[in-house]
Design a protein around this ligand. Structure first.
Ligand code: SF4
Ligand code: MG
Length: 320
C-alpha cells in the first residue's frame, strides 16, 4: 500500500533580522530534516514539547508555509511545487483543525455562514445544497441544525471545537491535520472530542496527523507516534511499542516525566536536565546531546541518522 502522505527531509528556517538595517543575523531552524509517511486511514501522532516545530510541520504539509527544503508527496502529488490553482484543488483534500476554534471562527458570522465558506471558496453546490450540507455536518459532529443561526460566542469551548471539526469536514477531505485540537478544553470534554474524532475517522475513512504536547492524549488517539525534538522526529513507532519500549533517551525521559499512578512502579530515571536549547542555535551533532545522560563523544560531532532499527521502529540515536 502506498502511503497517503510522504514527507522527506523537510526543512523550514526562519530568518532572524536585526540591527538598524534589518539585515539577516541568523536563522531559526524550526523544522530541520523531517521524514515520515502516513498511511491511509491511520492516525499518526506527533508529540513534543512546545517550540519543537510541531505546528510548523503541520503548516508546511498544507503549504500554509513555504518550506526551505524538502518534499511533501500527497497522493503521489508533489505539494511543494504545485501552482496556486492546483494547490486550491488540493486544499479540498487536506484540512486543518486548530487549537483555539474561537480564533479561527469569525465572531460576526453565524455558524451557517462559517460552515458554508469552504464550499463557496471551492465552488461546491448551490445555496440550497450548501445549507443542506451545513445542517448535515452539524448533526454529524453532535450539534443540531437549529445551531446554524447562532454565533460562535453562544457555544461552549467543546461545542466550538465541534464546529471547527465540522468546518474542516465540509469539503469532504481525506487528510486532517489536527494541531492541539483538545489542549484548550477541560479534561472531561477532551475525551468527548477525541471520541468524536475517532468515530468520524471510521465513518468517513479519514487520515489524521494529530499534533499535541500531551502524551496521554497522543496515546489515546494514535496508531503510530513520532516524537519531535528541535525540529526533527527522533523516534517513530507503533503507539504501543513507543510507550512500552521506547529506544531514544529523549523519549525515555519524556515518558519518565509523566507521573505513574502505580506506587510499586519504580523505574530508573534517565533524567532530563536543563532547558531545550534555542532552535536559533541548536547543538552540533545530536541536538539532544546537551541533555542526554548517555551522551558519547560521537554525539557531540555527528548527527545521528534517522533509521529503521526494528520493523517499523525508527530512531535517530548513535546507541542504535
Ligand atoms: Fe544521547 Fe547520543 Fe543518542 Fe543523542 S545520539 S540521544 S546524545 S546517546
Ligand atoms: Mg504549536
Amino acid at each position: 500500500q502506498e502511503p497517503l502522505l510522504q514527507v522527506s527531509d523537510l526543512k523550514k528556517y526562519f530568518p532572524i533580522k536585526g540591527g538598524v538595517l534589518g539585515k539577516q543575523v541568523g536563522e531559526v531552524k524550526a523544522v530541520d530534516g523531517l521524514s515520515f509517511f502516513v498511511n491511509k486511514g491511520e492516525t499518526l501522532g506527533i508529540v513534543g514539547e512546545s517550540g519543537c516545530g510541531k505546528s510548523t510541520t503541520g503548516r508546511l504539509i498544507l503549504r500554509l508555509l513555504e518550506p526551505t527544503e524538502g518534499k511533501v508527496l500527497f497522493n503521489n502529488q508533489e505539494v511543494t511545487t504545485l501552482s496556486k490553482s492546483e494547490l486550491r484543488k488540493l486544499r479540498r483534500e487536506m484540512q486543518i483543525i486548530f487549537q483555539d476554534p474561537y480564533a479561527s471562527l469569525n465572531p460576526r458570522h453565524t455558524v451557517e455562514k462559517i460552515l458554508e465558506e469552504p464550499l463557496i471558496v471551492h465552488g461546491i453546490g448551490d445555496k440550497t445544497e450548501r445549507r443542506r450540507r451545513v445542517k448535515e455536518m452539524l448533526e454529524v459532529v453532535g450539534l443540531s441544525s437549529y445551531h446554524a443561526k447562532r454565533y460562535p460566542h453562544q457555544f461552549s469551548g467543546g461545542q466550538r471545537q465541534r464546529i471547527g471539526i465540522a468546518k474542516a469536514l465540509m469539503t469532504n477531505p481525506s487528510l486532517i491535520i489536527a494541531d492541539e485540537p483538545v489542549s484548550a478544553l477541560d479534561v472531561s470534554i477532551q475525551s468527548q472530542v477525541l471520541n468524536l474524532m475517532e468515530d468520524l475517522q471510521k465513518e468517513f475513512g479519514l487520515t489524521y496527523i494529530f499534533i499535541a504536547h500531551d502524551l496521554g492524549v497522543i496515546r489515546h488517539i494514535s496508531d503510530r507516534v513520532g516524537v519531535m525534538y528541535l525540529g526533527r522526529i527522533i523516534e517513530l513507532a507503533d503507539s504501543e511499542k513507543l510507550y512500552t519500549k521506547p529506544l531514544h533517551p529523549y523519549t525515555n525521559a519524556l515518558l519518565d516525566a509523566v507521573p505513574i499512578p502505580d506506587p510499586d512502579y519504580k523505574k530508573e530515571s534517565t533524567g532530563i536536565s536543563g532547558e531545550i536549547p534555542s532552535p536559533s542555535n541548536p547543538p552540533t551533532g545530536c541536538a539532544f546531546h546537551t541533555r542526554c545522560g548517555q551522551c558519547m563523544d560521537i554525539c557531540k560531532t555527528t548527527r545521528p541518522e534517522f533509521k529503521e532499527v526494528e520493523e517499523g521502529h525508527y530512531v535517530a540515536c548513535h546507541l542504535y
